[in-house]
Design a binder for this molecule. Sequence first.
Ligand code: ATR
Length: 284
Amino acid sequence: MNTASTEKDRYVVIGNPIAHSKSPLIHAAFAAQTGQQMDYQHLLAPLDGFAASVNAFRAQGGLGANVTVPFKLEACALATRLTPRAAAAGAVNTLQFSDTQILGDNTDGIGLVTDIVRNAGVTLHGKRILLLGAGGAARGAVLPLLEQLPAELVIANRTVARARELQQLATARMPAVPVSAYGIEAVPGHFDVVINATSASLQDAVPALPAGALDARTLAYDMMYGTQPTAFLRFAAQHGAQCRDGLGMLVEQAAEAFALWRGVRPDTAGVLQQLRAGLQSAAG
Ligand code: ATR
């Protein structure tokens, strides 16, 4: 009988659906690289059974979990303590269990920033940034983006009222950086960095940006990724922008969770390369 998994510290990624998640592959690579004895599996939770699934896993000795769609808000409610960035996001993608508490963190936004600043080599300090979207993905990104002290953050959303709500939250957290809110078609001027945090790519749709918002000087970033460039990145490439999808963000948010759990920071470059090669071969 193979008892290896019972001897290792146990972690899961919880979602519904979950079988597609690359997190077990990423964390297995990090564990092998750093010599950490951990076992990381998929955990499918029923749509009405997130808390019960987490509690059962914790009772079996699980030490932590990543949380994905559609449970990030429930994870935030379940946590007994939140990191400031999770509180700012109102969403949790990483749980850490101890005897006395459930710590909730959000590593998505810092994963995005690390991928832009370190992997893509694009400084955010002093830049004009446009964040498209005002849902959960955008909320997670706001505080880590503001911590880079850009010259300005413009939040644009199809439903302007949601962009305004997020602007108010952002201004309350970081008054030093000017933050404004617009409808997507009304954003003013040119941007150094445009981040697509909408789910428009799922419908193969492009947020309706005005002419001149992005050009060859712009980094266009889509939080989504796939075997083919998203509609937003195809649009950005037509305007000459430097394009980057969210695969690096996926790996960097995982590295941040791994560091929180294990106290060791894995090297991400090789894992990102491996995933990229996998996507390219799937694309044929
Ligand atoms: P997530 O957690 O992925 O952010 P969400 O909270 O449902 O999901 O938010 C989806 C975001 O994508 C919203 O900002 C949504 O705009 P609305 O607030 O106006 O609904 C945006 N979105 C979805 N489809 C879009 C499209 N076709 N064009 C532009 N924005 C879109």
